[in-house]
Design a protein around this ligand. Sequence first.
Ligand code: NAD
Ligand code: ISE
Length: 341
Amino acid sequence: MALKVGVIGTGMIGQDHIRRLTKVLSGVEITAVNDIDVERAREAAPYGAEVFETPQALIESDNVDAIVICSWGPAHEEQLLACIAAGKPVFCEKPMVTSEESALKVIEAEVAFGKRLVQVGFMRRFDSDYRQLKRVIDSGVVGTPLIYKSVHRNASVPSHYISDMCLNDTLVHDADISRWLLSDEIVGVEVRYPRRSNVGGNDLKNPVIVLLHMEGGAIVDVEISVAIQYGYDIRGEVSGETGVASLPNRPATVVTDMNGIRQAMPEDWRERFIEAYDQEFREWIIAAGQGTATGPSAWDGYASTLTADAALRAADSGKFEKIAMIDKPALYSEPQALAAE
Ligand code: NAD
Ligand code: ISE
């Protein structure tokens, strides 16, 4: 029987996830949608799906087994807590929430429920290139990881994107993937602003360099650039004691003509991570069908929120800003295997 899913937030990524849940993946049916912009929800609703006036009504509907949250970050806490109260599995786009206090409320509610229900939308963990890089690191072939370089370049960002979002919207992906690849926690953050790019408008403090200090001593060097114009360019390279391992350039057709030999760049996250999002939902559908969640957890959402908060403090202070985590609840202590294996 198909998993009956309700989608909250039918903007850019909400519409893309509706497309994959209706046109790409099987075992799932969208029965409900909601958006504070009701007209937008109506336009995005697939045939037969009910448009709900409020997220709460959608979450409580008997015709909804599981929920996908694609609303704005500040709305996530209330919607996640309502899903947990209803005992329904929920996929929530990043950032899970926007403050430490909110993250702790989500963790507390899930721990009290006693079973994982929350999966956070850190899709890089489902990308085949990142998975291969993790296998290489875990195999020990490059020795103990010492440095990880994470390059996160967006062609452009929407007009509502402000400087802080480099740290509390974009950086969360690099924070999460670094923790996952290195199997380690982030204990402190430094932020440096190089010469500002004049391209992209918005008066953005862009680019920005972030150093993530890992508990085991490795340092992650992150470049966030959000107006590079030429495409969506994501890179990752680990330097170990005895070798280096990198993500490949995305395989793409090589074009040779009078302008030279070149490979196309993905335009944006939708294109670069299309297979990763598909795989993320394939695995979520299976887990949600069993009444639970897989992959990035509320603990991972909490860790990335703390990193974003520390990065914002470091941007202001110009200093190293420490991160202190609560003890990890047993619910999140099981090893996170590659979900497909
Ligand atoms: P968007 O502005 O295009 O869409 C958000 C939608 O949510 C809008 O239609 C808005 O009306 C609706 N909304 C806002 N608050 C709501 C509420 N309280 N209840 C119901 N609907 C509400 O934004 P987007 O780019 O689609 O981003 C949505 C979320 O997805 C954000 O958290 C963003 O960070 C995340 N995102 C993740 C990725 C990724 O790569 N994983 C990529 C893009 C966006
Ligand atoms: C966006 O919200 C995403 O999550 C993208 O993956 C990221 O590259 C972009 O910078 C964010 O704004």
